[in-house]
Ligand binder design. Structure first.
Ligand code: GTP
Ligand code: MG
Length: 245
């Protein structure tokens, strides 16, 4: 064992870099998955269920606070198991139905291990908080090994996100002891946001029912930044190809 403090510092820094790096890679993997779902939807259904995504890695300070709060061990292995939201991905959708579609699409992906799902939309928290939380493990392949890394995915609508970010700010401002009157008003605001989500969902379904299918006769389409043009005679070619002999 090397007792030189400088060497020890470098070794610790190295271990922490490796530890945090895994979460960054896991988030990259998850973001690519979500980006693919988003693009596929846009291309095939001319509709985008995802408004935006945001990922974050917990700061050392927050990790440390959570370790203290939970009383879990302080080795990196203990922290890995004890603090499962070091990597977080938030997906904001347009409608409630989109939340469940995205969640089901992720659940069908064979390489993702679903650890738990908490549905705070069907069962909102007493303060009014709503979101769908999925705890997953995503495989990260490196030069010599594969590691399953925890990522906490929060899926919510714009209204749910609006409420949660305001509530979070208020909580911080009052140092976690928010006046009762304000809590009451926040709960009312959450109910209003939920009512708005339900109304938007109804409108969305009504519009979907009357919207005629896209009848684009253009022979051009775009994937990524590349333009494609269907050659004349393609239809006949494909028919001949797929017809039984
Ligand atoms: P933590 O130990 O805080 O992670 O709670 P938990 O393990 O019971 O997980 P839970 O699924 O309840 O919450 C995880 C995350 O959801 C939090 O870190 C927040 O980002 C978010 N969240 C949960 N409840 C609330 C809430 O009441 N208000 C806001 N603004 N965010 C919340
Ligand atoms: Mg958390």
């Amino acid at each position: 064992m090397n007792h030189n403090p400088i060497d020890q510092f470098h070794e610790l820094k190295n271990r922490l870099t490796r530890f945090m790096m895994m979460y960054k890679f896991a988030l990259d993997e998850m973001e690519t998955k979500v980006e693919i779902l988003k693009e596929e939807f846009q291309l095939l259904h001319d509709y985008n269920p995802i408004e935006h995504t945001k990922s974050r890695i917990k700061s050392f300070e927050s990790i440390f606070r959570k370790v203290m709060r939970k009383g879990c061990g302080t080795s990196l292995e203990d922290i890995r198991e004890g603090v499962r939201d070091i990597a977080g991905l938030r997906i904001t959708c347009s409608f409630i139905s989109d939340i469940y579609s995205i969640s089901e699409m992720l659940q069908r992906q064979a390489d993702l291990k679903i650890i738990s799902i908490k549905d705070y939309i069907k069962n909102p928290k007493p303060n009014g908080y709503q979101s769908l939380h999925m705890l997953v493990q995503v495989p990260v392949y490196m030069s010599d090994r594969c590691e399953m890394v925890y990522v906490e995915v929060q899926i919510r609508t714009i209204a749910m996100d609006f409420w949660a970010s305001l509530e979070h700010k208020i909580f911080y401002k009052y140092d976690e002891s928010v006046p009762v009157q304000l809590l009451q008003e926040l709960k009312e605001a959450a109910d209003t946001a939920a009512e708005l989500d339900r109304k938007m969902q109804r409108l969305h379904e009504e519009i979907k029912a009357i919207k005629s299918p896209q009848s684009s006769d253009s022979s051009k389409f775009i994937i990524g930044d590349q333009k494609f043009e269907l050659p004349v005679g393609l239809l006949e070619f494909i028919r001949t190809e797929s017809d039984p002999q």
